[in-house]
Design a protein around this ligand. Structure first.
Ligand code: TXA
Ligand code: MG
Length: 320
């Protein structure tokens, strides 16, 4: 069924309409500080199923639940001293904690894909905060892109991917972090499940111990861990010093290129530009995108993680 996707402004009327759509079990894309999320009422099975349907997710992968405060989070997950310290340091902000799910929370089992744990975060973006307050309940939200494609950092990216498949998008401008939240597993020991907007170094500084890393090749506990993900239409070649025939070069630092993630070599700026620049090169009809080397430290790890998945062989296609 084709819907007419409403464009909502981030004002009182827009929030009221967005909350109404959520209460009715509809889907509203909204900006967070990381990327745009595709939100639905986390207590409503139909709403959550509708999220998977709109994205074309191949199976019911668990979703992150967004709440307005650490106090609200404690209604859904078993809290700990460590969770409290991390929440004080990084919430609201781009950290998702995976904690034991409490019994009888009223959340749809589709949200957790029936896992005993729940991924939860408090977004910092003022539009996300206002939406959560107006709605007054938990919002399940994956990134607002068709499954396997680049995450959206502008309302226009959401429309390009999901127009006619969702009820509304709240336009809050560009997302400033630009890569998804860091996912930290806390159900058994701190384990980095997905690098993201908060670096492992920042987390270690708060908890005073090294975080474990999700071993490559082990069971998939986060589908962001699927080898091919975040893929643009074009093929992607990494660590490129120069452009080869037919390629557009996505640069980093002072290099001659088609589009630059950060001419000054600033990782924060590069993260903020990453998905937008990939969308832009895709929109130019690039067949092949080459990417300059990015230092593998701090936010650079999240950037390289997304780029490796964008460059990975894609199952079911003949593209490299
Ligand atoms: O920044 C973000 O995290 C954005 C914004 C919208 O909040 N959301 C986002 O959601 O990136 P999504 O669905 O694209 O990625 C969520 C990841 C998936 O890889 C999923 O497997 C993982 O979180 N996840 C969810 N629940 C989990 C759980 N209980 N245990 C382990 N991983 C989980
Ligand atoms: Mg995603």
């Amino acid at each position: 069924m084709i819907l007419s996707t409403e464009r909502l402004l981030p004002d009182a009327q827009g929030y009221a309409r967005a909350a109404e759509i959520l209460h009715e079990g509809g889907r509203v894309a909204f900006p967070t500080e990381t990327v745009y999320g595709l939100g639905g009422d986390a207590r409503n099975d139909m709403a959550v199923a509708g999220i998977f349907e709109a994205k074309g997710r191949p199976r019911f992968n668990p979703l992150i639940v967004h709440v307005e405060s650490a106090q609200a989070a404690q209604a859904y997950v078993t809290w700990s001293d460590l969770a409290e310290r991390l929440a004080r340091a990084f919430w609201p902000g781009p950290l998702t904690m995976v904690l034991p799910l409490k019994p009888d929370t009223g959340l749809s089992p589709l949200v957790t894909a029936e896992l005993p744990t729940l991924a939860i975060r408090v977004p910092a973006h003022p539009v996300a905060q206002a939406l959560l307050r107006t709605f007054g309940g938990p919002v399940a939200a994956p990134s607002a892109n068709p499954s396997g494609r680049i995450s959206p950092t502008l309302a226009a990216h959401v429309i390009a991917g999901l127009d006619g498949r969702i009820e509304a998008v709240l336009d809050g401008g560009a997302c400033d972090v630009g890569v998804e939240s860091t996912i930290l597993g806390l159900a058994d020991g701190p384990v980095l499940l997905r690098p993201g907007g908060i670096s492992a170094e920042e987390i270690e500084a708060v908890i005073g111990e090294p975080v474990g890393h999700h071993a490559d090749g082990s069971a998939i506990s986060a589908p962001g861990q699927l080898a091919s993900h975040y893929a643009p239409g074009a093929s992607v070649r990494l660590n490129a010093e120069t452009r080869q025939d037919g390629e557009l070069l996505l640069g980093f630092g002072p290099v001659a290129c088609d589009l630059n993630l950060s001419p000054t070599g600033d990782l924060r700026e590069a993260a903020a530009n990453l998905f937008g620049h990939l969308h832009a090169l895709d929109a130019q009809g690039a067949d092949a995108i080459a990417v300059s080397p990015i230092p593998d430290a701090g936010l650079g790890r999240a950037i390289n993680d997304r780029l490796r998945r964008a460059a990975a062989p894609r199952p079911g296609t003949d593209r490299p």
